[in-house]
Design a protein around this ligand. Structure first.
Ligand SMILES: Nc1ncnc2c1ncn2[C@@H]1O[C@H](COP(=O)(O)OP(=O)(O)OP(=O)(O)O)[C@@H](O)[C@H]1O
Ligand SMILES: [Mg+2]
Length: 266
């Protein structure tokens, strides 16, 4: 558990992100292909150099219970890093991401951050339901009681007792999404992955997301599909080079983002 000494979280917050900074260490190899390709005059021999890269810089926001927020921004702007910290995959360098349930119980979070995350390739789909469930903190009895529903929603009856190594991306998404949403999370975190689903499965996911919104669940998702963002989110957080460029109602942020993304005429 993280310590939240002197941190105040508003009572209606599901996700409280406070002063979040993440540095990654990048190791550059000397005499690199990059230098050759870029035609640098001076070549370094051997050796490595170390660079600290700031992926997120002092990011703060609150997501109240029941809100659906989209995180948008160019490639490399820090979106996945942010979701990874909220899901406890990465530790922040500074700051905290605090999750809060509606009751005194801890918040149940369902992260869907990468197609392979939470799965073991040598296990079958069915075995992985239990494995993934235990990663999410669910009892074996509980997850078994939901297995039939999970498999039916994913439409994976044929594949479910085969090893997941070799499954196509769409099948991994189907299982991951289905487990995530059938474990009654308070907070759903989705990073982009829905894009690999076919149209029929995507529509099914969006119907379920609408259902979760009605039930008052909190959803934070990353997408480059602006039409989906407009349809699903009521608020957008726009990240730019690791800082919040804008945070507000969907239409306002979308207008500004579209203007900023326009390629100037030659
Ligand atoms: N484990 C890591 N080690 C080093 N650098 C990393 C690591 N993870 C991310 N980064 C760097 O941090 C920056 C932000 O990456 P991140 O994956 O959060 O971006 P993103 O907004 O999700 O991009 P995309 O739209 O391409 O998914 C990038 O420059 C990336 O190279
Ligand atoms: Mg990403």
């Amino acid at each position: 558990m993280q310590k939240h000494i002197n941190r105040v979280v508003p009572p209606n917050s599901a996700i409280s992100v406070q002063d979040l900074t993440k540095h990654f260490i990048l190791m550059h190899r000397g005499g690199s292909l990059k230098r050759e390709l870029l035609g640098a005059v001076k070549k370094m021999r051997g050796g490595t150099s170390r660079e600290e890269f700031t992926a997120l810089n002092d990011v703060s926001f609150e997501v109240p219970h029941g809100q659906t927020v989209a995180v948008i921004g160019r490639n490399g702007s820090g979106k996945s890093t942010l979701l990874g910290i909220i899901a406890r995959v990465y530790r922040p360098t500074h700051g905290v991401a605090i999750l809060q349930g509606r009751t005194d119980e801890p918040a149940r979070i369902a992260p869907l951050l990468a197609l392979d995350a939470g799965f073991h390739p040598d296990l079958t789909g069915l075995e992985n339901i239990e494995f993934y469930g235990s990663v999410l903190g669910m009892s074996s009895a509980y997850i078994k009681s939901r297995a039939k529903e999970i498999i039916e929603f994913a439409e994976l009856e044929e594949k479910i007792d085969t090893q997941m190594r070799g499954w196509n991306d769409g099948a991994k998404l189907r299982l991951g999404f289905s487990i995530a949403v059938h474990t009654e999370p308070d907070i759903l975190l989705v990073d982009e992955v829905l894009a690999v689903g076919d149209e029929s499965f995507q529509n099914k996911c969006y119907r379920l997301i609408a259902e979760m919104q009605k039930q008052g669940k909190t959803i934070l998702f990353v997408s480059h599909d602006l039409a989906v963002v407009e349809r699903v989110a009521s608020r957008i957080i726009w990240l730019n080079k690791g800082v919040i460029q804008m945070d507000g109602p969907t239409h306002e942020v979308m207008d500004a983002y579209r203007k900023a993304s326009e390629v100037p005429a030659e």
